[in-house]
Design a protein around this ligand. Structure first.
Ligand code: NAP
Length: 318
């Protein structure tokens, strides 16, 4: 048996087409949603991520702006940047690219973002809305996983869902979204006793641990749906051989490049699972898609609901 591949590219294209229709309708009403990205310092990986987010905006016809304070920026100045964006009515979404430099209090910066413009869904107000099942902006990666499940017609209601990982940006919101979709949810973490046994109960498994190929094929319930959030670059030839020995094409790529991206689930799980997201080509593509979707949603909600109208900023340095 070989699992059905849940193709992130196909779902992204489908969602981009839907977003373009929505953006055209907003344009008729005189609204062009806009995303502002704040990139502090010159971290090459962050520069690359921000570049692809701005490129996605351009592809869809969203307005975008890039703000690049230096790595030495003071808290006060960074809060002033956020404050300016909160007040700018042309900005619907504010993205603070992480990680921020060590001297910056990341939580305080994220909390300074107007919740109505918090397109990453990291603000405690939006997390609270998610907990209580109220409309809000939801963290992009878990929201993207839900889109994959729904658009692939995976039945969620009544399913046993197991989430590996309990981070604020993936594991916890993922578990909440699955619970609101009426799955019975188990959250596992590094202190979970007998992880294989917990995983074996999963009709839907979401792996978000950051451990290359950690989840073994014989832990997967035959026919289960596996959403692999893990994004791990491996460089060790022995590890590549261990994980990819039966995938000659991928081993070839590893040898040519000296590294390869793998998920948290062992690639051989393709023979146990019923459906599975590939790494790369699965969840990763959905994160930017959901950022675009959240920007359009924020533009709509800010204009439609007093609850979401721009709030006076509290982003002043203490
Ligand atoms: P994180 O903050 O490091 O959290 C990892 C979680 O995994 C923690 O809750 C940790 O448990 C748990 N964990 C670690 N080792 C474990 C073990 N041996 N057994 C059981 N649980 C274990 O990571 P994250 O930010 O959530 O990201 C997780 C993965 O998703 C990473 O590979 C990241 O690169 C990837 N990611 C991908 C995307 C995308 O767009 N595709 C987006 C975001 C993240 P404790 O809480 O007990 O420490």
């Amino acid at each position: 048996m070989t699992a059905r591949i849940l193709d992130g590219l196909k779902i992204r294209d489908q969602m981009f087409a839907e977003l373009q229709d929505e953006i055209r309708l907003l344009a008729v009403a005189g609204v062009r949603p806009g995303l502002a990205a704040v990139l502090v310092g010159e971290n090459p990986a962050s520069q690359l991520y921000v570049k692809s987010k701005i490129a996605a905006c351009e592809h869809l016809g969203l307005a975008s702006g890039l703000f690049t304070p230096p790595a030495t920026v003071s808290m006060q100045d960074l809060l002033a940047v956020v404050d300016g964006l909160n007040r700018d009515n042309n900005v619907d979404g504010i993205l603070i690219q992480l990680p921020l430099p060590p001297h910056v209090d990341t939580k305080r910066i994220l909390e300074a973002v107007d919740p109505a413009k918090d397109v990453d869904g990291f603000h405690p107000v939006n997390l609270g809305r998610l907990v209580s099942g109220r409309p809000g902006l939801v963290a992009c990666t878990p929201a993207g996983c839900m889109e994959i499940l729904r658009r692939s017609n995976i039945s969620i209601e009544g399913a046993n869902a197991v989430v590996l990982g309990r981070s604020d940006i993936v594991g916890k919101p993922m578990a909440l979204l699955l619970m609101h979709a009426n799955a019975t949810v188990t959250i596992c973490h590094s202190k979970t006793c007998d992880l294989p046994e917990a995983v074996r109960r999963a009709d839907i498994l979401v792996a978000a641990m950051g451990k290359a190929g950690f989840v073994q094929p014989d832990w997967i319930k035959p026919g289960a749906t596996v959403i692999d959030v893990g994004t791990n670059t491996i460089k060790d030839p022995a590890e590549a051989e261990r994980l990819l020995r039966n995938f000659p094409g991928r081993l070839e790529k590893f040898r040519a490049k000296g590294s390869i991206l793998v998920g948290d689930v062992h690639p051989e799980a393709i023979h146990t699972a019923g459906a599975l997201t590939p790494v790369p080509g699965g969840v990763g593509l959905m994160t930017i898609t959901m950022l675009m979707s959240n920007t359009v949603k924020a533009a709509r909600l800010r204009r439609a609901s007093p609850e979401f109208s721009a709030t006076p900023s509290t982003a002043t340095a203490r």
